[in-house]
Design a protein around this ligand. Structure first.
Ligand code: GLN
Length: 481
């Protein structure tokens, strides 16, 4: 097997045993990027020189038996919404096409401390708004499993890069499903941690009360490794949770005997794609064979698309409209040229700099927050959000883990949903409620559809129960092997 096809945990052992060097490994991923990324378009920027220099440094330190971090020499790709000092951070947008970040995101600093090697920045829906990776100023990313299909979004570049063996590990961000859904569409593992478990400092904000950074990898063990490196309290993020970080690698192979897995009938409505429903049900049955107990639970609000999609999009767009006011041509990014007064400069800069979907959301979000409409839309959405959180709290009194599909279908065709935003938003029916509740969720590849495309299964846990979530995910991964 080529080096770039292996998992991080296998490669870490081979690096430690000096069977391979970090340079060989980085070179293998760069060669793969050169060979396939012209077609897949998973990357916006690639730092070949920086990555090779870093690899040589790791190899030198290893030769001298100096202490190395847990991810020493492992190539990693970052969604292009995470700031890397001195490098370009575009957010998939024309408005930030030439923006150079002046500082490192906390996760980037943590990854450097772990001695991971950053090889590049991945493509994404503009400002993380989308479910297909088609809303990028840098063109769409294609699904490595079928280039006529989308990879999912918004972290489509990160998921595709892992699935195409262009990187070993990647980080994405998940506001309403953007790590889990592309992981599901590309057949890799994606985890959204508990809100506040991973610092958002240096993550360009989309919807601040929902955004979380999460690992994308080839297997559950790699997800645990990467989460271990980035979890923890950060005084620079006021929403960061000041609680000890569990040892995610300690127990996740311990089995699932006695754990209760909840299934909500609301997640299996009449008319749900039969393959998607069957995959989730058969995943539950195999977990029962492995020792879990299956229980029925109810999610009367969180399980209903008309509540959770409406609530999610009202809150996400409201927060986005506020967060994106900073892009006005004064301090950041693109500025319209010409003999313009201030008002005209703002207007033209934003009209030229943002794409269609971002503009739609700024307008809808501003409307929902405006005087006279606030109570009917934004405040109401906040109230329903509380009900959604309570739904999950109640369900978790009866089970340890909830199991559901990740998305209602397998990866759809490029262009198939671009003219129908509402249809596109419905891709998030299983994932968005999870961000509204702030709980952790993971997408594990489980089956293949008749079209040969991967079908993922989603597992959810109460806040800060990532260790238990990974244990269940590991058991599920074993049943599919
Ligand atoms: N598809 C959802 C949206 O467009 C989720 C995106 C995300 O998680 N960043 O808002």
């Amino acid at each position: 097997m080529a080096l770039n096809q292996a998992t991080a945990h296998e490669l870490i052992t081979r690096l430690q045993q000096r069977e391979i060097t970090a340079r060989e490994l980085v070179q293998a991923t760069l060669d793969r990027i050169s060979a396939v990324d012209g077609q897949i378009n998973a990357f916006i920027s690639i730092d070949a020189e920086g990555a090779l220099t870093h690899a040589d440094e790791i190899d030198r330190r290893r030769a001298k038996n100096e202490p190395l971090g847990p991810l020493a020499g492992i190539p990693l790709a970052l969604k292009d919404v995470l700031c890397v000092r001195g490098g370009r951070t575009t957010c998939g947008s024309k408005i930030l096409e030439h923006y150079i970040a002046p500082y490192d995101a906390t996760v980037v600093a943590q990854l450097r401390a772990a001695d991971a090697i950053i090889i590049g920045k991945t493509n994404m829906d503009e400002f993380a708004m989308g479910s297909s990776c088609e809303n990028s100023y840098f063109g769409p990313t294609l699904n490595p499993r079928d280039p006529e299909r989308v990879p999912g979004g918004s972290s489509g570049g990160s998921a595709a890069a892992v699935a195409a063996d262009e990187t070993i590990l990647a980080l994405g961000t998940d506001t309403g499903g953007s790590v889990r859904q592309p992981a599901g569409y590309c057949g890799v593992v994606g985890l959204k941690p508990t809100y506040g478990r991973v610092s958002r400092y240096g993550l360009v904000a989309y919807a601040s009360s929902l955004d979380q950074i999460g690992p994308i990898s080839k297997d559950v063990e790699d997800t645990a490794l990467l989460l271990q490196a980035i979890a923890g309290h950060d005084p620079r993020d006021s929403t960061s949770i000041d609680a000890p970080v569990a040892n995610y690698l300690a127990e996740f192979k311990d089995g699932i005997k006695g754990l209760k897995v909840g299934l909500a009938q609301e997640h299996f409505p009449a008319g749900l794609d039969a393959e998607v429903a069957t995959a989730a049900q058969s995943a539950a049955a195999t977990l029962a064979d492995a020792g879990a107990e299956l229980v029925d639970v109810q999610l009367p609000v969180a399980g209903h698309p008309e509540y959770c999609i409406g609530t999610y999009y009202l809150i996400a767009m409201g927060e986005a409209s506020a967060n994106l006011t900073r892009y006005d041509g004064v301090k950041y990014g693109h500025r319209a040229e010409g003999d313009l007064n201030l008002q005209e400069m703002y207007l033209r800069t934003r009209s030229e700099g943002f794409g269609e979907e971002v503009k739609r959301r700024i307008m809808l979000g501003t409307y929902a927050l405006s005087a006279g409409y606030y109570d009917a839309y934004y405040r109401k959405a906040q109230q329903v959000r509380t009900l959604i959180r309570q739904d999950f709290e109640k369900a978790f009194t009866a089970c340890d883990i909830l199991l559901s599909p990740v998305a209602p279908t397998t990866a759809f065709r490029l262009g198939e949903q671009t003219d129908d935003p509402l249809q596109m938003y419905l891709n998030d029916i299983y994932t968005a409620s999870v961000n509204l509740a702030g709980i952790p969720g993971i997408s594990v590849p489980y089956a293949n559809g008749a079209d040969g495309l991967p079908i993922g299964v989603q597992l959810l846990a109460p806040p800060l129960e990532e260790a238990k979530l990974l244990r269940m995910a590991y058991a599920l991964e074993r049943t599919t092997a």
